[in-house]
Each structure stands twice: as structure tokens, then as C-alpha cells.
Design a binder for this molecule. Structure first.
Ligand SMILES: [Zn+2]
Length: 282
């Protein structure tokens, strides 16, 4: 009997240990955050689309949301008549228009100017140094970035996977005084550790552990999404700056249909992480 009880505990104890693992959760719900600086990093104008409801809410609640986009988006089109220069200009205008719908000021948009489609072939050290500079300038309380994966390397399409790892690597590097120390000795910046993360994905949501209620911000999200005329709707194949009323309605209806619902409420999902950037993939 004694032997059986020991065996039973031997099975039970590890189960209890697993059951007691804390689920990462912000001390204050995201819906009540205020006074925070939030930095978003994406590869393209429109990568922030998956988080537009949350970003609109944060900005409306007295947080400062900054959007850093790594590439100019100067490649992704099916329109045979657009040049890279034209497309980069269009993508910038669309992003600024989308952010305006969310209440985010134009000077909160920072484009780092890399070429679309080839981000992973850039000099990684130079890109990380660039991102570290912005992290040390903005000193965000929260970083929103493509999720690099939890205990594995998540597959994203090319620029997205580069952006995921570059963001994680930059978050880590920013906290070490002796990395890119010229920014500290010559540029007046200081090392900085980002404490909290909202990591996003486009289609695979299995690692999500935080769901933000965006009930009051769906229309802002839909209106902002509808600004990406060159990426969705008729503009993808044959770009024109102004859509007809019916085309715009169609685009908004389509974007509204993409809003995720849980328990009858619209939401956006993230993998929340708090702690040392060294472990943000765990
Ligand atoms: Zn993208």
C-alpha cells in the first residue's frame, strides 16, 4: 500500500507542477492600460492590420503607439503599371491614412526604408542596430512584433520571419550597454530593456494566451483596413487611388468579415510575454 501511494504521488506531483505553471498575464488588463509607450514593429505597411483594434484602443486610452515598418512595401503588387518608387509612395500614404483612422499621429510612423521581399538578406547586424536605436529612443513599455515562435522557430513568409527574429534580437541587444555602444557614448541614448510584449500572428493562433476585447474599436479597425487600397480590393491588380462607393463598401464588408469573434465579442489575439528578452521565445 505504502509503495502504491509513493507511486501515485510520483505521478501526481509532476502533474501538479504543470498545473501550477503561471499563465503569463499583464498585471492590468490591456483594455485598461494608459500612459504606456507602445512600439509596433512590422515588415510591411499593413502588418499592423491584425492589431488595429488594439492599437486604436491603446491610443484612445492615453497610450502613445509608434509604428516601425522595416520595408517600404515597394514590391507587392499585381498591377503591371506600378514602379517600385510609386508603390513605396502609395504604401506610405496608405499607412499614414490607416493610422489617422486609428487616431495615431503621422509622426508616430517610422519607416526604415528596406526593400520589400528581401529583408532577410539585408545585413542583419545593421538592421538590428537600426532597430536598437529606435528602441533606445522610444523606450517602449510594450513591444508588438511578429511572434518568433514559442520553444520552436515559427514559420512566417519571408519578410515576416525576418521581422520576427530581427525584432527579438533588437529587443535583446537594446538592453546591453556595450552592444552598439556608440549610440550611448556618441548619440546620447541609454540602454533599455523592454519589459512586456504582445506578439502577433496572421493565421496560426495556437500560441495565443491573451485576447483583447475590441468591441468599441471595430469600426476604426475596418475603416483603417480599408485604406490599404493597393493591397486589397480592386487596387491589387489595377491600382487607382480612389475607390467607387460600392467598391469601398465591398472592401469594408470584406475587412469586417475578417474580424475575429469570441463569446459574441470582437477581439484580437496575442501571445503575451513579460520578462527578459532572452526568453521571449519560451
Ligand atoms: Zn507583411
Amino acid at each position: 500500500m505504502k509503495r502504491m501511494r509513493c507511486a501515485y504521488l510520483g505521478v501526481l506531483l509532476p502533474m501538479l507542477a504543470v498545473a501550477q505553471l503561471p499563465v503569463p498575464k499583464p498585471e492590468i488588463p490591456v483594455e485598461k492600460w494608459t500612459g504606456k509607450t507602445v512600439m509596433f514593429i512590422g515588415a510591411h505597411a499593413d502588418d499592423d492590420m491584425y492589431s488595429h483594434g488594439t492599437m486604436a484602443m491603446l491610443q484612445a486610452h492615453g497610450n502613445q503607439v509608434y509604428v516601425v515598418t522595416l520595408t517600404t512595401g515597394n514590391v507587392g503588387t499585381q498591377d503591371p503599371n506600378l514602379s517600385r518608387t510609386q508603390l513605396a509612395q502609395i504604401r506610405r500614404q496608405e499607412e499614414l491614412a490607416a493610422l489617422a483612422e486609428l487616431g495615431i499621429p503621422g509622426d508616430h510612423y517610422i519607416n526604415l526604408g528596406y526593400d520589400d521581399g528581401l529583408l532577410e538578406f539585408e545585413d542583419r547586424k545593421a538592421v538590428v542596430e537600426n532597430l536598437v536605436r529606435w528602441i533606445r529612443k522610444l523606450r517602449p513599455d510594450v513591444l508588438m512584433a511578429w511572434d518568433p515562435g514559442k520553444n520552436y522557430q515559427r514559420w512566417h513568409k519571408s519578410d515576416h520571419r525576418a521581422a520576427a527574429y530581427l525584432s527579438a534580437d533588437a529587443a535583446r541587444a537594446a538592453m546591453w550597454r556595450l552592444l552598439f555602444e556608440g549610440q550611448i557614448t556618441q548619440e546620447g541614448l541609454k540602454e533599455f530593456m523592454i519589459p512586456e510584449y504582445l506578439l502577433y500572428n496572421d493565421s496560426d493562433h495556437e500560441d495565443e494566451n491573451l485576447w483583447v476585447d475590441i468591441s468599441d474599436f471595430v469600426e476604426k479597425k475596418v475603416n483603417a483596413d480599408a485604406k490599404y487600397v493597393s493591397q486589397f480590393g480592386p487596387g491589387w491588380k489595377n491600382y487607382k487611388p480612389i475607390l467607387s462607393e460600392s467598391e469601398l463598401k465591398q472592401m469594408k464588408d470584406d475587412r469586417r468579415a475578417h474580424v475575429r469573434m469570441k463569446d459574441g465579442k470582437p477581439f484580437e489575439g496575442f501571445r503575451y510575454y513579460k520578462g527578459l528578452p532572452d526568453s521571449l521565445g519560451k
